[in-house]
Design a protein around this ligand. Structure first.
Ligand code: MG
Length: 293
């Protein structure tokens, strides 16, 4: 199933994409209208969703606004230097194949819809894209051995780990440069794991204004999805709705010669074979975004 969070006539709720329609399954008994609650319901709730598809009302895709499938993930974890081709292109900055996964957080407030533009920040214009496979956790878990990792994965989504490079690299930890508001577009849905199959066999591509920039396959992950679940859950509890952005292939803008950073008006499309695609424009961060209270 393609699980979405969508807004129609001002009301945001959960749904399932079926072709060019969104099935409004949240009207059914036992189907929460909020994605975190839906995921926390586990297998029984997913069955209720599945059962609701045939009888629930349908809306045309272009009638609704797709939101980030999880509006506010409990955690957005991300993995650096996790594709061999990206490590090769970044060797000038001292990157090597890491013995241990390089883990950082994107703040949950960076979650952003799959087709809405993200910000070129006022603070920096050194803006880059990173197309990535996202793992969505479906069960609260700790100390998950890799051979049981599939039991705790609800599904997969496409992520753009948008990065402000100078803010990322000017300090030892990357949090500030990875967490600007709007800098984690994801979606367009959570494809349930049963429909994605082996997550390590899928082409992943990123285009900027139609120019292919990244082209790899998830088989090239250094630390794969299941190993990452094992590793992360050794330290802390993973919760339903947590997202793991598994790392970016080669072809990021900063590594091009000369660098091709994102500018206002650019359009970034990321597609993962068998999963889906997201497409986001780049807009100047609006004036008047000082917010207190
Ligand atoms: Mg990344």
């Amino acid at each position: 199933m393609k699980l979405v969070t969508f807004t129609h006539q001002g009301v945001t709720r959960t749904g399932v994409v079926d072709g060019d329609q969104v099935v409004d399954v949240s009207v059914a008994d036992g189907v929460p209208d909020e994605m975190l609650a839906l995921l926390e319901g586990g297998d029984a709730t997913l069955e209720a969703v599945r059962a609701a598809i045939s009888g629930a009302p349908r809306l045309a895709r272009d009638e609704v606004h797709l939101e980030s499938p999880i509006l506010r993930p409990p955690k957005i974890l991300a993995i650096g230097v996790n594709y061999a081709d990206h490590i090769a292109e970044a060797k000038d900055s001292g990157m090597q194949v890491p013995e241990h996964p390089v883990v950082f957080n994107k703040q949950s407030t960076s979650a952003h819809p799959p087709f809405d533009p993200f910000h070129l920040p006022r603070a920096s214009h050194v803006l880059d894209y990173e197309g990535e496979l996202g793992v969505v956790i479906g069960k609260r878990c700790r100390h998950v051995p890799r051979e049981r990792a599939e039991e705790v994965i609800a599904g997969y989504t496409v992520v753009n780990d948008v990065t402000v490079r100078d803010w990322q690299l000017r300090t030892p930890t990357w949090t500030m440069g990875k967490s600007f508001d709007t800098h984690c577009p994801m979606g367009p849905w959570i494809l349930t794991a049963d429909e994605f199959g082996d997550p390590h066999t899928h082409d992943i591509k990123t285009w900027v204004n139609g120019e292919l920039r990244q082209s790899s396959n998830t088989k090239n992950l250094v630390h794969d999805c299941f190993g990452l679940v094992e590793h992360l859950s050794t330290s802390f509890t993973l919760e339903p709705g947590d997202v793991i952005a598994t790392g970016t292939p080669g072809g990021v803008g900063i590594a091009m010669k000369p660098p091709k950073l994102l500018v206002e008006g650019d359009l970034v499309r990321i597609a993962i074979d068998g999963l889906g695609e997201i497409e986001n424009g780049v807009v100047a961060e609006p004036e008047g975004t000082v917010r207190i209270g």
